[in-house]
Design a protein around this ligand. Structure first.
Ligand code: SF4
Length: 342
């Protein structure tokens, strides 16, 4: 068993075997002084993912460091599972996947093993390229918006897409991210929580700060004075009982949801309308916000889409500086911050 590889890729089956052979089980990991270093590294994995989208790079020299690194991985997963927050889960999965990509690009000998572990249907060619089954290509490239990732622009033969190795590793990153997202949250027994409580509190505080930072309202709730003209007009139309096209309802609900308004606050805006239909509004709002199917819901349309849909009403001078109604709100409220990757 290669302990260095286990520490670099702690999701591998051989990493679990390494941990099982050299440690004393999950209860000891959570509480024994022997594993304090693993817990510290595990907490750092979660905090790094939350704060700056990275997994810290620790020393992997010697068996002790490698074991602590391997054990930090299940500990981090337990922490993320106990917090049970979707934003945290997504950030954690992305950071772990990017971390794997970062290591794997410098360690081509491990690619085949990762492919097998992630159950990706792909085979390496002698010239360094990789053939990936088109179904996996589509599954793992669907979030890549650049035209170079479109199947139509790919080199495809007999159902397999031929990719340069760096692009293939980028898709492995997506495969790993999806795997983590599908596995978490774990079902953590209540008995474990008392040993986790101080670290869970630290994560809760950091998560709350991140959410406030991300909120277009800075966590202050919606202020009508900062609304862009398009949204203000759509609200006025809704409250006057005008028949809103679906695109306008969609734009309004996604915008309000992005501001952090709850279902009850959103439906209250529609409820003022003279022909308010509660059942229909409830269904539409919960569908758009993802509450019906347990997703994150849709994102609000950009200004160009609003224009195409005839919803860019009375743009003012600030509109010339923005490409998104949420940017308008952020700038007007003085809460504008550049936040990469949000
Ligand atoms: S430019 Fe954008 S923010 Fe301004 S009214 Fe049009 S859609 Fe709304």
């Amino acid at each position: 068993m290669d302990s260095l590889r286990a520490a670099r890729y702690p999701f591998l089956s051989e990493a679990s075997e390494f941990a099982e052979a050299n440690s004393e089980g999950i209860e000891k990991l959570l509480s024994s002084e022997t594993y304090a270093e693993a817990r510290e590294r595990g907490l750092a994995r979660v905090m790094g993912a939350l704060d700056n989208h990275t997994i810290p790079e620790n020393s992997l020299s010697g068996e002790y460091n490698r074991l602590m690194e391997v054990l930090s991985y299940p500990y981090a997963r337990i922490l993320v599972s106990c917090v049970g927050d979707r934003l945290l889960l997504k950030r954690y999965a992305l950071a772990e996947a990017e971390h794997m990509n970062h290591i794997l690009t410098k360690d081509p000998d491990s690619v085949d093993l990762i492919v097998k572990e992630l159950e990706v249907n792909a085979t390496a060619n002698r010239d360094g390229t990789v053939d990936m089954h088109f179904a996996d290509f589509l599954r793992f490239s669907y979030v890549m918006k650049a035209v170079e990732w479109k199947l139509i622009n790919s080199d495809i033969h007999n159902g397999f897409v031929t990719l340069p190795r760096d692009k293939f590793v980028r898709l492995l990153q997506n495969a790993y991210r999806l795997k983590i997202e599908s596995e978490l949250p774990l079902n953590v027994p209540d008995d474990f929580r008392k040993d986790l409580s101080s670290n869970l509190t630290k994560i809760d505080l950091a998560l709350s700060a991140v959410k406030t930072r991300l909120s277009p309202t800075g966590g202050q709730g919606m202020n009508d004075a900062y609304l862009p003209p398009c949204i203000r007009t759509i609200i006025e139309m809704a409250q006057a009982g005008q028949n809103l096209p679906h695109s306008a309802r969609f734009a309004l609900v996604t915008f309000l949801h992005a501001l952090g308004l709850e279902y009850s606050q959103i439906i209250a805006i529609f409820a003022v309308s003279p022909d308010f239909n509660e059942a229909m509004s409830e269904y539409q709002i919960k569908h758009i916000t993802g509450e019906l199917n347990g997703t994150e819901g849709y994102t609000p349309p950009v200004c160009s889409t609003m224009r195409t849909n005839g919803l860019c009403f009375d743009p003012d001078p600030l509109c010339e500086k923005v490409k998104h109604p949420l940017s308008y709100y952020r700038i007007k409220s003085g809460n504008y911050q550049r936040q990469p990757k949000e």
